[in-house]
Design a protein around this ligand. Sequence first.
Ligand code: NDP
Length: 487
Amino acid sequence: MVSKFKLFIDGEWITAENGETYQRVNPADPEDVLGEFQKGNKQDTEKAIEAAQFAFEDWSETPAPKRAKYLIKVAQFLTEQQDVLARYMTREMGKTLRDSCADVQEAIDLAYYAAAEGKRLGGYTVPSEKHKKFAMTLRLPIGVAGLISPWNFPLAIPARKLFYALICGNTTVLKPASDTPICATKLVELLDKAGIPKGVVNLVTGPGESVGMTLVKDKRVPVVSFTGHKDTGATILQEAGVKRVHLELGGKNPVIVMDDADLKLAVDGVLWGGYETSGQRCTAASRVIVHEKVKKNFEKMLLEKVRRLKLGNGLDSKTDVGPLVNEAAQKKVAKYVEIGKTEGAKLLTGGSVPSNMKGWFFEPTLFTDCTRFMRIAQEEIFGPVVSLLPALDLSDALNIANCVEYGLSSSIYTRSIKNAIVAVNKLQTGLTYINSSTIGSEVQLPFGGAKQSGNTREDGPEGVRQFTELKTIYIDYSGKLQKAFTD
Ligand code: NDP
């Protein structure tokens, strides 16, 4: 018996207006049907927007510390259900249970952090130029927030968007990726269980082109937060009109390994950053730029470890690398491997779809002798494929690192403080890690990219900025007309 999942609109769990549904299967085992989901459309989305708009007045007037109480309850529920949710996640998108647990943990941390922002939400006070005049700012909610999330962090990304929007006093319509509707639905169930007032949180599953685009275009939605592919982000920006549009997009993230690096540490970092989540992270370490003096040694050490990675079902505790999210992703990765070979990159290991596995698996793949303008060194593959590029020195390495259109994350392994600080200043990315891989952000710090990787920062205090309107207030208690820019 296939489980049935519903939309959540105005506090009710309901079916889509047109009665259409779709099924999602386990990417490690396409015979394992995970459930039947509502294929919402424009009408459902408009209904959700209307409910959110109606709920806005009461929710925005609820004191932020009181709004925080719902998030704390959700954090507690998430903690109690961490294992159950992680299993859903692994079945839903393939990543290993260890990786899924970390995704749930991120959602828990986000809930506590955002809840604490409820006590800090405020503006600043500065002196006025005039006598008997008071000048200050306030952070106010914006309105209905349209939240569009991808499939690779099925819980953490919807949680991040929802929790910040809610603590700031906005009401919400969440549209999760069609590949991962379960975790988003479970999260909304927990918000419902926590007693969040009706209409404050709405969930509409269904295609991006209809549900997502309705959120983008509807004038009753003044703020949209999107995480996904850069081309989708560009379309959204074009269609949105005058509203706040926050985009978190892809990456082609470099790890620089200098000749003075701790090579063992760098190998472990590349292994984790390049192959965790099967390379399906916006911050995945997909390019490794190695100083030519240590290239041979580094390559040998890395290859040994990549060959030992175990491909398999994420539910199996021995698995290092799970399947890709769907068949299209598997085909895309295979296509890029062929492009790499044609371009003259040397394939050291992997490069194929394993013949004896029925899911959408792809072997952990390592290329070497890549050059900076090869397509595999420029374009986001979003799979377990790492490309090594030699560099002459730090300056060459930084030029290679920066010669892509993305700018999300970067890393350098070096024992030299000078190298590290030069890299921090020169790498054109939103995040830079020293002696640590390109993945592994923490919720209390801003997250986001430069260049084509996006136009915003999420998390930490930036999360509050995304979802508030800054109001400037002047209070003149002099009792007389005081003209600006005059004595
Ligand atoms: P997509 O852009 O295809 O989809 C992301 C979301 O947008 C999904 O919910 C999707 O719905 C929806 N969508 C698709 N088309 C439209 C549209 N025309 N209008 C509105 N919404 C739409 O990306 P993927 O799901 O493939 O995610 C992978 C990408 O996300 C990668 O490029 C990755 O780098 C990036 N990413 C970035 C992160 C960051 O923080 N910078 C973090 C994680 C991922 P549906 O599923 O129904 O198609």
